[in-house]
Design a protein around this ligand. Structure first.
Ligand SMILES: Cc1ncc(COP(=O)(O)O)c(C=O)c1O
Length: 393
């Protein structure tokens, strides 16, 4: 098989296309499938962008990023996590997605593998495959809050494995990994001579305990074997600005710089300069976080009444991963049915892997509370009908 044939489509896009078609025909669709903040980018960022445009500086920055943004991020890590990071280790990429293509280009030779959670963020395995690597998708469940554990890593690490990925809080589950487990995973990857890749893009969007950065405190003992990825898309509602970063161990930076010079030249200049203001937009970010939490609480109360089981309460991101077995044994058919019958779009489990995929759906609450209420109102009748039928059967 050719490498390109291994790249899977984002299946929910087909559902989204159908939703758009129904909207064009005049129907109002409730979107709970999209993982993109519904809030506008904070005003201080917009103002910084306008100011930067006025300077006429639309030139490339250095490949690894504007030194001002690198320094601002290093200061932010000191404030936010009490961790000291040399600015040169923070490489600025076109979105977190850019960081992932960079990491795997640097780490992987053909046939080398990466351990990933299933269910998990689907693009990850495709980035690995594009770099010629093998994605080892490890089934995870409620026992480990849907994260890889140190035991998973020890059991599944192979001779050609180079890294294991933790997404904390998770997509599609919104769950946090246990702190002790994160430290154990970091040690385990270091012992194997590989890397922990910690995707922290949903940090800041948490509704209880605050997750540690994988480079912080005791977790930082394995710095030389830890790669941290983060970006401005989610916490700062800046998806379209395409800006993220990766913190690499020193010995990988030379290789990463060469790759960046070639494949990106540099991340977008205007985004880099505007993003500096995001780091001090605390008030705006907190407003969004509170709104997400209100929506999360609403759905956590509403969904079980309709027959959706939430086995592990999500404490972060803007997703709820729900078991749909009381309502259907085929989550894909269920999602299409709900779209066609009541105009509610939800993502089926198959987009995130194969492990118990047909039993799960993902709800995104990156949409207004009013829309969520309308979504629940529309789902009520079809769900209750199934529940009643099953109870009398
Ligand atoms: C877990 C996770 N990582 C990375 C990304 C990529 O984000 P971006 O490229 O916009 O930074 C996403 C986007 O949905 C995500 O959910």
């Amino acid at each position: 098989m050719r490498r390109i044939d291994l790249i899977e489509p984002f299946r929910v896009m087909q559902l989204l296309e159908r939703a758009k078609q129904l909207e064009a025909e005049g129907q109002r669709i409730i979107h709970m499938e999209i993982g993109e903040p519904d809030f506008p980018t904070p005003e201080p960022v917009l103002e910084a962008a306008r100011n930067h445009l006025a300077t006429g500086d639309n030139f490339y920055t250095p490949s690894t990023g504007s030194p001002q943004l690198q320094q601002a991020l290093a200061d932010w890590y000191a404030d936010e996590y009490d961790v000291q990071i040399a600015p040169e280790r923070i490489l600025i990429t076109p979105g977190t997605s850019g960081a992932f293509s960079l990491i795997y280009a640097v780490l992987l030779d053909a046939g080398e593998s990466v351990l990933l959670p299933d269910p998990g963020y689907p693009c990850q395995r495709n980035f690995v495959r594009l770099a010629g690597g093998e994605a080892l998708n490890i089934p995870v469940g409620p026992e480990t809050r849907y994260h890889l554990s140190a035991a998973h890593i020890a059991d599944n690490w192979q001779q050609k494995t180079r890294a294991a990925v933790v997404i904390n809080p998770g997509n599609p589950t919104g769950t946090l990994i246990e702190e002790t487990e994160l430290a154990a995973i970091a040690s385990c990857c270091a012992e194997k001579g590989g890397y922990l890749i910690s995707d922290e893009i949903y940090h800041g969007l948490t509704y209880g305990e605050k997750p540690p950065c994988a480079l912080q405190g005791n977790h930082g003992d394995n710095r030389e074997h830890t790669i941290v990825v983060n970006g401005f898309s989610k916490r700062w509602a800046m998806t379209g600005w395409r800006i993220g970063w990766v913190i690499l161990p020193e010995d990988l930076i030379g290789a990463a710089r060469r790759v960046m010079q070639n494949i990106f030249i540099a991340a977008p200049t205007i985004s880099q300069f505007s993003a500096i203001s995001a780091l001090s937009s605390q008030r705006e970010v907190e407003g969004m976080r509170i709104a997400y939490d209100t929506r999360r609480r609403y759905l956590l109360a509403a969904l079980p009444k309709l027959g959706f089981d939430i086995v592990v309460e999500p404490q972060g991101a803007f997703y709820i991963y729900a078991n749909v077995q009381k309502l259907s044994d085929d989550s894909r058919a269920f999602c299409w049915d709900m779209l066609e019958k009541v105009g509610v779009a939800i993502t089926p489990g198959e987009d995130f892997g194969i492990h118990h995929a047909a039993e799960h759906v993902r709800f995104s609450y990156a949409t207004s509370l009013d829309c969520l209420k309308e979504g629940m109102r529309r789902l009520e009748m079809p769900c209750k009908q199934v529940l009643m039928k099953n109870n009398t059967a």
